[in-house]
Design a protein around this ligand. Structure first.
Ligand code: 6PG
Length: 247
């Protein structure tokens, strides 16, 4: 198992984002060469913003065959689709509206519906897209909250033990907000999973997730263990401050 986990630490958030961009270019080219398409689930929050802007820049956007890229989200806040807090809105603003990707290739989570209906509808979308195949993304990007959550898999929520659905609605008490999230079984079916973690405020939780006791109810990111895929951690030096280096 250990050989399927890769930790890469970079001096700055910019260098981390650049490395993540190169990683996506590589994985996208390999997926398209092998299967004619690349399926990616984007993460939300602030961390991926630099990456999205980079992918839209002249040095990256021409290196990806966007018409063969299919974009989904790992989670979404139940806020209006045009809200600054909406993850798909952020990705569209920074990336998707700036590249030649067919609108039909972009699958935002339909939070204009109620939470349960949005989750059901998105799961139907995944089942239709993947057809008979098991929904297995080529790449799922994830962030890490300072409380150990990832996607919208928050501590001590019932969604952590969901095994029958790929997508579920979850009420996040601490944020007084409904969210829609990919579940652990779906995320762990991905061929590649990449966490992006940046900032000193993530140092303690990153050390706990990677080297602390296994306590997934409190630290849901510990549930992310690809069944057959490869897990990557991209961190900047600030977030890696507390990691014990192997002497
Ligand atoms: C969300 C995210 C969430 C995020 C982490 C880290 O919708 O909020 O999907 O899981 O990735 O909370 O967020 P930051 O990158 O803003 O620290």
């Amino acid at each position: 198992m250990a050989d399927k986990i890769t930790l890469k630490v970079f001096a700055t958030p910019d260098l981390m984002s650049e490395a993540a961009g190169e990683f996506i270019v590589r994985i996208a080219a390999e997926s398209i060469a092998a299967r004619g398409k690349f399926t990616i689930a984007l993460s939300g929050g602030n961390t991926p913003g630099k990456l999205f802007s980079l992918l839209a820049s002249a040095s990256f956007r021409e290196r990806i065959d966007w018409k063969k890229i299919f974009v989904f989200w790992g989670d979404e806040r139940c806020v209006p689709m045009d809200s600054e807090r909406n993850n798909a809105h952020m990705a569209k603003t920074l990336l998707l509206d700036k590249i030649k990707i067919p609108t039909a290739n972009i699958y935002p989570i339909p939070v204009n519906l109620g939470p349960a209906e949005a989750a059901k509808k998105y799961e139907e979308t995944l089942n239709f897209f993947f057809g008979e195949e098991l929904p297995s993304f080529d790449l799922i990007l994830l962030g890490l909250g300072d409380n150990g959550h990832t996607a919208s898999l928050f501590p001590y929520t019932s969604v952590l033990i969901e095994t029958h659905h790929w997508i579920r609605e979850v009420h996040v008490e601490e944020q007084k907000e409904w969210r829609i999230t990919m579940t652990v079984p779906l995320i762990n079916q991905a061929a590649h999973i990449a966490f992006l973690v940046s900032g000193i405020e993530k140092a303690k939780v990153l050390q706990t997730i990677l080297n602390g006791p296994y306590d997934p109810d409190q630290y849901p990111a510990q549930l992310i263990k690809p069944a057959e895929g490869h897990l990557f951690w991209f961190a900047d030096q600030a977030a890696a401050t507390d990691l014990k280096t192997c002497e």
